[in-house]
Design a protein around this ligand. Structure first.
Ligand SMILES: Cc1cc2nc3c(=O)[nH]c(=O)nc-3n(C[C@H](O)[C@H](O)[C@H](O)COP(=O)(O)O)c2cc1C
Length: 173
């Protein structure tokens, strides 16, 4: 069915943390960013900026921001998603998070693996590593490469657990 086909990339995306020792072409990374910039944003403010990092020294520096950033050590590239606070003062995190999600799914559609690396407790370190101006908040870093693992789906809460009808807590049955 056409609609089911459209949902497939959303349902098959996984967090990939191990990557092949194979360079990722710039064209693929740019293509994914080109999709991400189509994301919706408040007042169409598009407050995002994407920094593509391939330099090993910067990747290693970013990999040290916290223990969960370790996938950057074997990643061939990173894409840092930044949000301009001034361009969208009330929605910058939401705007950039949507663009980041588009980016993640686009990378997956292009045959690349990626994992979102948390940044919001390490804003200064990330800014310093990529020389970003102070009005930009790094909302996500993606460790990117050709997948060297095929992770199984992580469990999700049941539909009935996360949805109510008409008012909060009124179940489906
Ligand atoms: C906002 C956010 C922050 C995350 N931070 C990290 C992180 O720092 N390190 C990491 O290895 N995975 C991180 N992840 C990946 C999640 O652990 C992963 O998405 C979740 O376990 C579900 O697995 P799946 O992506 O394969 O469906 C993050 C995901 C999101 C959405």
């Amino acid at each position: 069915m056409e609609s089911e086909k459209c949902l497939e990339p959303l349902l098959s995306r996984r967090s990939v943390r191990r990557f092949e020792d194979r360079e990722v072409p710039d064209e693929l990374l740019l293509k994914a960013v080109d999709v991400a910039r189509q994301a919706p944003s408040a007042r169409n403010s598009q407050p995002w900026h994407f920094v593509i990092v391939k330099n090993r020294r910067t990747l290693d520096e970013l990999s040290k921001i916290h223990v969960g950033a370790a996938p950057l050590r074997n990643a061939k590239a990173a894409i840092v998603v930044l949000a301009d606070i001034e361009a969208s003062p009330h929605s910058y995190v939401a705007d950039a998070a949507i663009a980041a999600t588009y980016l993640w799914v686009a990378l997956h559609c292009l045959g690349l693996g990626a994992v979102w690396i948390q940044t919001l407790r390490n804003i200064e370190e990330v800014r310093a590593a990529i020389k970003a101006p102070g009005k930009y908040v790094p909302v996500a870093i993606f460790a990117v490469g050709y997948p060297a693992e095929k992770p199984s789906p992580k469990p999700r809460k049941a539909l009935e657990e996360v949805v109510s009808l008409e008012e909060f807590g009124r179940g489906l049955k």
